[in-house]
Design a protein around this ligand. Structure first.
Ligand SMILES: [Zn+2]
Length: 500
């Protein structure tokens, strides 16, 4: 990356730096652990708040041509960005999906280094400045996605003031962890408080058994290094060693084979979860999945994957994802970081079981997501006729009103069109010509093709989500256990419809 590119992507945070004290093994081949301050621990924990779509965008924007593909998420993202706006409810819906936001923005805006730049996020109110409906109850997080009670679009920007100040109920001692504490991170991103007097216990928690001949090295991390660390947490089992000892850009890219099956988990309200039918085209002679045809229900589900924060992925996949660094960070919150090290009592839950921002819940939900009912934003009106603003604190003025969001009813994709979904989750409008040309390119005859209808519910949804994190054949890997596709001859499973 050139210096010019570097300056452009580093943005306002380019001056922010952290110093890590890294302990390196005797052979200088591995970082055993590093001592970090609470502000760096906050930046690290903010990874859990990042929606998958935002993560893909951030890596694409930062690394450009060298951006690493993340499973099928990268092709899902680029497929949706190439899909014409008319397929979405509004142009705003498409922009929202390509720039998904976190329900913990009010926290992240106070980070020393916020790679998401949440401080720059905007909100929108009725386009009519003279609208008589209450402004505070007609707010949207995205332009042109919600409709005011008067029927007009919510597309006039309203600013957030003092976004770095404390939100109501927050204490001034840290964002996620308490301020001025020191923490240790292992090479694979286990995070533990740096407690004097329990050295052996701490090393055990970090998985370290041998410290002989270890040496200390001070390392400076800025914006680029934190993004490298995010990338490393997704692709490597030893991100710190990769960055500090090896050339930081040459990550060992761990691509574990997707495991078969998913963990059992009880979901709240899962009885309201619907199933949708996916029509899968399979090559008869090889039983290979070629592509799927779906209506907007399934495409809405794929869209919603981009809005899922990493902490939510961890929760729903029972802390067993291909992102081992993120797995470890998540487990650290449960296992090692006591309440006394957290900035407030709600933090653990908000990071480990995060909700989606209001308005992000699709009515077509296949996965049991939870929407945020507490926007933590207040509407303020000043003395001047036109003076109005939002802030995270009700203390900001005497007439603060908690805001209420309005949205489009929770759909992303408009109408009842059919779409083609390729194995890497690229979504395109369904078109006979393209199907024939795909089959022709693959040298597959029509007589060698069958269509199979696969019901997609919570299990299939989670399985596709898990596969999408690491595999470029997410449909095949996500549905490989499905009895319809994992065909056992002469034993047609009940409840499935097969078309030959
Ligand atoms: Zn209005």
């Amino acid at each position: 990356m050139s210096d010019a590119d570097e300056a452009e992507t580093s943005g306002a945070d380019e001056e922010v730096q952290f110093t890590l004290k890294a302990v390196i093994n005797r052979h200088k081949t591995k970082v055993l652990f590093a001592e970090i301050d609470s502000q760096f621990a906050d930046a690290l924990l903010s990874f859990l708040t990042m929606p998958l779509g935002k993560m893909v965008k951030l890596l694409n924007d930062h690394y450009r041509d060298e951006a690493p593909p993340i499973g099928s998420l990268t092709s899902l993202y680029s497929g949706l960005s190439n899909l014409d706006s008319r397929h979405f409810w509004t142009e705003g819906c498409k922009i929202m999906l390509l720039n998904p936001r976190s329900s913990l923005e009010y926290k992240c805006s106070r980070l020393k280094l916020d790679i998401n730049d949440t401080r720059l996020e905007k909100y929108f109110c009725c386009e009519d400045p003279r609208c008589s409906r209450p402004r505070y109850s007609n707010i949207s997080m995205h332009r042109d996605v919600g409709v005011c009670a008067c029927g007009r679009s919510l597309n006039r920007e309203i600013g957030v003031r003092n976004s770095c100040e404390l939100a109501d109920g927050d204490r001034d001692d840290g964002v996620f962890v308490v301020a001025n504490e020191s923490f240790l991170i292992s090479d694979d991103l286990r995070l533990v408080p740096n407690v004097a007097g329990s050295v052996m216990g701490t090393l055990k928690n970090l998985g370290i058994t041998d410290m002989d001949g270890a040496e200390l090295r001070n390392v400076v991390f800025g914006f680029d290094e934190v993004i490298d660390l995010l990338k490393g947490s997704l692709l490597s089992r030893t991100p710190l060693s990769d960055m500090i000892i090896l050339n930081r850009r040459k990550f060992y890219i761990a691509r574990p084979k997707p495991e078969r099956g998913i963990h059992e988990r009880e979901f709240e309200g899962s009885s309201s979860i619907k199933k949708t039918i996916l029509k899968v085209t399979v090559q008869k002679s090889t039983n290979k999945l070629l592509f799927a045809q779906s209506n907007n229900d399934f495409v809405d589900f794929l869209c919603s994957l981009l809005t899922f924060p990493l902490g939510g992925v961890e929760y729903h996949l029972c802390n067993n994802t291909p992102f081992k660094g993120i797995d470890n960070l998540y487990t650290s919150l449960a296992d090692f970081i006591g309440d006394e090290y957290l900035a407030n009592a709600d933090i653990r839950k908000s990071l480990m079981k995060p909700s989606l921002p209001h308005g992000y819940m699709s009515e077509n939900k296949i996965l049991p997501l939870v929407g945020n009912t507490d926007p933590r934003l207040f509407y303020h009106k000043g003395l001047g006729m036109d003076e109005e603003w939002l802030s995270y604190s009700s203390r900001d003025s005497k007439c603060a009103r908690a805001i209420k969001y309005r949205n489009n009813g929770g759909y992303y994709i408009n109408g009842r069109k059919m779409y083609m979904v390729s194995d890497d989750l690229t979504v395109t409008p369904l078109c006979m010509i393209s199907i024939f040309s795909i089959l022709k390119d693959m040298k597959i005859t029509l007589s060698d093709v069958k269509e199979v209808e696969v019901p997609i519910g919570v299990d299939e949804g989670l399985s596709i989500l898990k596969a999408s994190l690491t595999s470029t054949t997410a449909l095949t890997d996500g549905l490989m256990l499905n009895p319809v596709l994992n065909k056992k001859p002469k034993q047609e499973p009940r409840g499935y419809f097969m078309h030959y």
